[in-house]
Design a protein around this ligand. Structure first.
Ligand SMILES: [Zn+2]
Length: 158
């Protein structure tokens, strides 16, 4: 933060003041992110209850009735992640997380046909938005969906 310095104030006291302002700024940032984290924990606890309720009343198909509020929240959450870490999430997913993809293995290296076989890649914001634009009941598995988009771009580059 820059502050205006009249002539009768020493550079040293201006520097000290700047130091203190920077410390305060950092503290405010920590408080703000802590507050956001708490708010998100509350939202997610509420969503967890809703999921439990749906499971009770609708059985294993309950996920098809995810509300627009849940959708919007989880989409925003995914969009906050950088494209590289979204890719890494799928790349590092254990096999049980990816039953749709027989080429994905964590007992050994992925088959070259696996969309996540390259060490680095990206799942773009557009991919996330496209996924959430599909109504929950029609949505394919996320592994399959993002995998196809990653694969398509890989083929274009080859
Ligand atoms: Zn793989």
């Amino acid at each position: 933060m820059k502050i205006f310095k009249p002539n009768n104030i020493s550079n040293k006291s201006v520097n000290e003041l700047n130091e203190r302002l920077n410390v305060l700024e950092e503290k405010f940032k920590v408080i703000a992110s802590e507050r956001e984290r708490k708010a998100n924990d509350e939202i997610e606890a509420r969503f967890a209850k809703m999921r439990e309720e749906r499971k009770k009343t609708m059985g294993p198909d309950g996920w098809k009735y995810e509300t627009p509020e849940e959708d919007a929240y989880y989409m925003q959450k995914e969009l906050k992640e950088p494209p590289e870490s979204r890719y890494k999430y799928f790349k590092d997913a254990p096999y049980w997380h990816s039953p749709e993809n027989v080429n994905h293995s964590h007992n050994g290296p992925c088959a070259p046909e696996c969309p996540f076989s390259e060490p680095n890649g990206r799942i773009e914001d557009e991919d996330v938005k496209a996924y959430y634009s599909i109504p929950p009941a029609q949505r394919p598995g996320c592994f399959e969906f993002y995998g196809q988009r990653v694969m398509k771009r890989k083929l274009v580059r080859m």
